[in-house]
Design a binder for this molecule. Structure first.
Ligand code: 1PW
Length: 218
């Protein structure tokens, strides 16, 4: 589709990436998942400089997982299931704090993105279902409180709060979210389709991590 071309954020690419990251048999494909996150980075970058810390941190997490994929054990980093199996078998998960000399595990790195994905799911759902006069900056902050703040240090929470204050107006946000042309009237629907795709992959990840007692990796 023509709307797939171009450099800017496209919600349709976000939706397709997360939809493609969950196979019919329930495998989670890490490359597709990361391509969803890369699309999200474009969104954060278009929200302004205040989101720089957040997008920079996200880039770092993506880079760690991509290095694993390109490394000598790359074949094990194709799906979340095979990554978990591999790191468990090799004792690489890091259930206790690892010495700083050890690289962060794929499992703990993915868990950071997984938690953040819940924030996104909540935020987009609020955005897609709220009355037109609701304030996006408030919805973003509420979603953060609910999903992510409990895992963050005081300093990170302050920085995040500052970024939310700089959130563009609802009108501007909708313009960004419906970029690509011809989507105006479909904004909220596309938004809610996206929320559904994100929720599916979130829930599958959550089940896998819960089954292995990996929801609290340091
Ligand atoms: C338009 C809204 C977009 C929502 C995208 C959500 C992105 C969430 C990234 C939050 C990053 C905040 C700053 C960094 C915090 C890190 O300490 C934290 N990382 C994450 C991704 O939560 C935990 O990683 P760490 O320090 O244990 O390596």
């Amino acid at each position: 589709e023509p709307q797939d071309l171009g450099e800017g954020f496209r919600i349709v690419r976000l939706q397709r990436a997360f939809a493609a990251s969950l196979t019919p048999s329930g495998q989670i494909l890490i490359r597709e998942y990361l391509s969803g996150w890369k699309e999200l980075i474009k969104l954060m970058d278009s929200l302004g400089a205040a989101f720089g810390l957040i997008s920079g941190e996200t880039r770092t997490k993506i880079a760690i997982l991509q290095e694993n994929q390109r490394g000598p054990h790359g074949a094990h980093y194709r799906t979340l299931q095979s990554m978990v199996r591999f790191e468990l078998a090799r004792g690489l998960v890091g259930f206790q704090s690892l010495p700083a000399s050890r690289p962060p595990s794929g499992c703990r790195t993915f868990l950071r993105l997984h938690r953040a994905l819940k924030w996104l799911e909540l935020f987009l759902r609020k955005l897609g279902t709220s009355p037109v006069d609701a304030d996006p900056s408030r919805m973003c902050a509420d979603a953060y409180q609910e999903a992510l703040a409990p895992y963050h240090s005081w300093w990170v929470r302050q920085a995040a709060a500052l970024a939310f204050l700089a959130m563009p107006s609802r009108r501007e946000l909708y313009r960004i979210l419906s970029a690509g042309g011809g989507e105006e009237g479909r904004g909220p629907r596309r938004l809610l389709d996206t929320v559904r795709s994100i929720a599916h992959v979130y829930n599958a990840t959550q089940e896998l991590y819960a089954a292995h007692g990996m929801l609290a990796l340091p």
